[in-house]
Design a binder for this molecule. Structure first.
Ligand SMILES: Cc1cc2nc3c(=O)[nH]c(=O)nc-3n(C[C@H](O)[C@H](O)[C@H](O)COP(=O)(O)O)c2cc1C
Length: 189
């Protein structure tokens, strides 16, 4: 199954309950290639794309992320995750991690990172794979294990976590995205 672009955009949703099934490497490779096909300011391509399938490392990242989130002054986010089952990664079998190099002007790389994340999510949807863009994955790198995780994941020198996208298959198919607010569109003619 391959969906067209508009269909992929309108059917993608944030999956917060993954089954144990891992997407085939062939599909993960197609998605990783879609990630690095993203446009970037001045063609800087300030990213790397790491396909993480190692269950032990996924569990370690999640445990460290929860620990760092618990210590964060804003308890609201931690409590929201607890209320959703206490899992930052929702039992995902696979995560694409996007480390980023800083750009000039400061923050420009974040636009590039967002496009990479969307390329990952949409190409996954087109291939029948569910996803969740996971900003909170950054909490795994917010504490004392940051350098260790950078080394084990192979972050190049000077790169920091940009975003991670969880990839797998929804435990209960039929999830829906948010209701788009069409009132946010205006035309000037
Ligand atoms: C940059 C970014 C970071 C996000 N981080 C998280 C996250 O850490 N955990 C989570 O459950 N959802 C996360 N989301 C998903 C949003 O909550 C979700 O996109 C939004 O509620 C709309 O729902 P939909 O994606 O199903 O349309 C993130 C989305 C984006 C774009």
């Amino acid at each position: 199954m391959i969906l067209d672009t508009i269909e992929a955009i309108s059917t993608r949703f944030s999956c917060r309950a993954f089954s144990g099934q891992t997407p085939p490497d062939e599909h993960l490779n197609t998605i990783a290639q879609a990630a690095v096909a993203a446009p970037s300011g001045m063609n800087r391509q300030p990213w790397r794309v790491i396909v993480l399938k190692n269950k032990d490392l996924l569990a370690e990242l999640e445990a460290e992320g929860m620990k760092n989130l618990a210590a964060h002054p804003n308890k609201g986010v931690y409590e929201r995750i607890l209320s959703r089952g206490g899992k930052l990664y929702y039992h995902t079998p696979c995560m694409m991690i996007v480390p980023l190099a800083k750009a000039e002007p400061a923050g420009a790389e974040l636009f590039d990172c967002g496009i990479v994340a969307q390329n990952i999510a949409l190409s996954a949807t087109a291939l029948g794979i569910n996803s969740l863009i996971c900003g909170l994955a950054a909490f795994a790198f917010a504490g004392e294990k940051k350098a260790e995780f950078h080394a084990r994941l192979g972050f190049p020198e000077g790169y920091e976590i940009g975003i991670a996208v969880l990839l797998g298959y929804a435990e209960n198919p039929g999830g829906k995205p948010h209701e788009p607010d069409m009132s946010k569109i205006s035309w000037v003619v």
